[in-house]
Design a binder for this molecule. Structure first.
Ligand SMILES: *[C@@H]1O[C@H](CO)[C@@H](O)[C@H](O)[C@H]1NC(C)=O
Ligand SMILES: *[C@@H]1O[C@H](CO)[C@@H](O)[C@H](O)[C@H]1NC(C)=O
Length: 372
């Protein structure tokens, strides 16, 4: 809880915008409340839904919705009105490159000069990272992913964007954040279409990553771009609560990009357990991770971005060697030993070759990769 409040404090201190065309938090919450009331409830399945105090609670979608309307949203509106006076954009696209690895440049579609003056270069591969619930620019996972692309001496120079949707992800309520993933995906899709038109940024070199709820943001982005098709989406322990496997229209799905990779580290707790990518990777079986335990408050859910950042940072020394599994059933009983032909988890070239289900073991601390 304390940790979250520190995040929120950092998040407030990052507001410094002055445009007229921005939304007040009060307006935003009114809109949220309307959308929550109108949101449809699909069925009465029970879910372990994350709570703001760090616990998880069994609830139906209707109960999660009612909880949002009855208590938390009202508390949040009060809290926010007391704490926020500035206006801001709902979703911000913050660019890091080797020229500015520490201080981001915000690129804003409504102010094209922010693009013209930035270090964006369409000849370089472009990456977007969307964080999860309670995440944001300052979350450790965000820094890991950004740093792994910008470390000194890299051959490749990336346009590394953080999709900062903390305006919703910092909601005290998981239900609301989850409800917003489609809308954030739409805003991101419009942004990508715009970048493509303005700069010629090729879709072929554009990859989206997302952790937890952010994985579904990436999926909804892939579904909603109109000027091309995203090359690769990496779902990093894609959030499970309130997302249904049987309903790929409402979650990250294997058709959202040319290639979709899902990395499963806390399956059936915070993350999806079923394979949802063209290639699905199951480090240590995909449910718990070494030294993390099975508890919802354990660290397993956060290992997916950590492993992935290690894979990127190590480049051709990626040590996440894999074996193949014949089926998801075999993952569950750890009956996997097929020759994967050298496929490694998190390899940017996987779109050319990976397909199916992969298993691997890791170390319990960094470096996690156990291969050579
Ligand atoms: C963009 O990147 C390419 C390839 O690295 C480089 O040749 C070119 O000079 C860059 N453009 C600018 C404006 O920096
Ligand atoms: C384990 O996998 C092998 C080869 O894929 C398969 O033939 C066998 O039936 C599996 N074992 C179990 C217990 O499912």
């Amino acid at each position: 809880m304390k940790y979250c409040l520190i995040f929120i404090a950092l998040f407030i201190s990052s507001f410094a915008l002055e445009d007229d065309d921005l939304y007040t938090i009060e307006d935003l919450l009114k809109e949220d409340l309307t959308d929550i009331i109108e949101a449809e409830v699909e069925d009465d399945q029970k879910w372990l839904v994350p709570q703001f105090d760090g616990s998880m609670k069994w609830m139906t979608e209707q109960e999660a919705k009612d909880q949002t309307i009855n208590t938390e949203i009202v508390e949040q509106i009060k809290w926010v009105i007391n704490h926020f006076s500035n206006k801001r954009r709902k979703v911000r696209f913050l660019l890091f490159t080797q020229k500015n690895p520490v201080k981001w440049q915000e690129i804003d579609m409504d102010r094209p000069e922010t693009l013209e003056r930035s270090n964006f270069n369409a000849s370089h591969p472009t990456r977007f990272f969307s964080h999860g619930w309670l995440g944001g620019l300052h979350a450790p996972q965000t820094n890991e992913i950004v740093d792994s692309h910008l470390s000194n001496g890299r051959q490749e120079n990336y346009n590394m964007f953080v999709v900062d949707w903390s305006c919703w992800s910092m909601s005290v309520n998981y239900y609301l954040s989850r409800l917003r993933t489609r809308k954030v995906g739409k805003i991101q899709a419009d942004f990508i279409d715009w970048l493509h038109e303005k700069t010629g940024m090729p879709f072929e070199t554009t990859f989206l990553y997302g952790h937890s709820l952010g994985a579904h943001v990436a999926g909804f982005t892939g579904k909603q771009v109109t000027k091309g098709r995203i090359r690769t989406i990496i779902g990093l322990d894609s959030a499970m609560p309130l997302f249904r496997y049987k309903n790929p229209q409402n979650r990250l799905a294997d058709t959202d990009a040319e290639y979709v990779e899902s990395i499963h580290t806390n399956g059936q707790v915070k993350g999806f357990y079923h394979p949802i990518g063209i290639a699905a990777f199951y480090p240590n079986g995909g449910r718990s991770q070494p030294n993390c335990g099975y508890s919802p408050i354990g660290c397993a859910h956060w290992r997916a971005p950590t492993y992935f950042a290690e894979a990127i940072a190590r480049g051709s020394d990626n040590a996440f060697d894999t074996v193949t599994c014949n089926s998801f059933e075999d993952v569950k009983i750890r009956n996997c030993s097929g020759n994967s032909g050298g496929i490694k988890m998190g390899d940017p070239e996987n779109y050319r070759k990976a397909k199916g289900i992969y298993f691997l073991e890791t170390n319990s601390k960094a470096p996690y990769g156990v291969g050579n």
